[in-house]
Ligand binder design. Sequence first.
Ligand code: CU
Length: 145
Amino acid sequence: MQKHITATITKAWWSLLTVGLVLTLAACGGAPSTTGTGTTPTAAPTATPTANPTPTPTPTTASSSGNSVSIMNFSFSPNSLTVKVGTKVTWTNHDSVTHTVTADQGAFNSPVAPGSSFSFTFTKAGTYAYHCMIHPSMTAMIIVQ
Ligand SMILES: [Cu+2]
């Protein structure tokens, strides 16, 4: 009698172990094999994503989203400015010489004396490349969206 109970307990333990093993296997992606226990082991959704989606916003080099451009050390800063339609952009000359803000396609053209500024409101979307007529190496652009 004592022996029989021990055997039953042992059997029960083995059943538990088997179920545990099946569950472990199922969790690891193996096919769940029902070993006569009647209950189908529900595989825990432990699927590991193969690729980690890393949302890295690509920084657009040398561009800004403000509405002002500084003319300093014979260059426009930022070199590329992105604005919305209807934005008034202001150029301020921080150099000790006069520069011009001249659109390549003629949308705007104005001399900017030292210490003063020039403003232009962009009413149409597009890319406006501009330069300084006095110093042709000074080039920049305004992107209107
Ligand atoms: Cu200039």
